[in-house]
Design a binder for this molecule. Structure first.
Ligand SMILES: Cc1cc2nc3c(=O)[nH]c(=O)nc-3n(C[C@H](O)[C@H](O)[C@H](O)COP(=O)(O)O)c2cc1C
Length: 193
């Protein structure tokens, strides 16, 4: 068993990739506004290493506004096929421009156009309006690369706490909690289920 939570995360994610029917990288992202009121939604994990967990979004979205007001968040993975969950909590930092550019450049062209066409989280009068905006964006970019919109970037959750939960018989589940100390080293303990 790995005693580095990032290594253990990678092992569990690779097992999830082998057994989940779709989107093993899907995770719930919980944020809170300046008054501490929470909200949650799914995003996709697009990078993971000892530095943290990376996802991409529109920084002018509801989550973007909340992260600007309160740069702390929680992530939750739940893999039903494995009966496992992982929780991670910590501070949020933007990825570098170079990292965001590189990831944006790797996306499908229609996804890149969609990032320009969507005012994520703002009211939309009709689906037809969005489709028209998308087609106008496509026409605007005809014959040239689609640059990364300045409001579209990545965030890295730098975990202070990562918990691995696995199902056991009779609800005697296992909970392994890793906490990062001020020296940056991880310590491990168990929690009652
Ligand atoms: C499986 C799944 C993956 C998603 N991945 C992302 C993502 O990586 N980035 C993103 O901005 N929205 C993603 N979404 C859409 C978000 O859940 C959400 O609708 C959107 O980001 C707006 O959230 P907000 O209004 O709270 O900011 C995903 C939705 C699902 C169901």
């Amino acid at each position: 068993m790995a005693d580095d939570p990032h290594q253990l995360f990678d092992i569990w994610l690779s097992e999830a990739k082998a057994s989940e029917p779709n989107d093993p990288e899907a995770m719930t992202l919980a944020t809170a506004d300046a008054d501490g009121r929470p909200s949650a939604r799914m995003v996709l994990l697009k990078g993971h290493d000892a530095g943290g967990f990376v996802f991409y979004t529109n920084s002018q979205s509801r989550k973007g506004d909340e992260l600007a007001a309160n740069p702390h968040a929680a992530l939750l993975f739940h893999w039903k096929s494995l009966r496992r969950q992982i929780r991670a909590e910590g501070a949020i930092a933007p990825v570098s421009e170079a990292e965001a550019d590189a990831y944006f450049a790797s996306r499908a062209r229609d996804s890149q156009l969609g990032a320009w066409a969507s005012d994520q989280s703002r009211p939309l009068a009709s689906r037809a309006l969005f489709e028209a905006r998308f087609e106008a964006t496509r026409a605007d970019h005809e014959g040239r690369d689609v640059p990364r919109p300045p409001h579209w970037w990545g965030y890295r959750l730098v975990p202070e706490r990562i918990e691995f939960w696995s199902d056991r018989q009779h609800r005697l589940h296992e909970r392994r909690l890793f906490t990062r100390g001020p020296d940056g080293n991880w310590s491990e303990g168990l929690l009652y289920p």
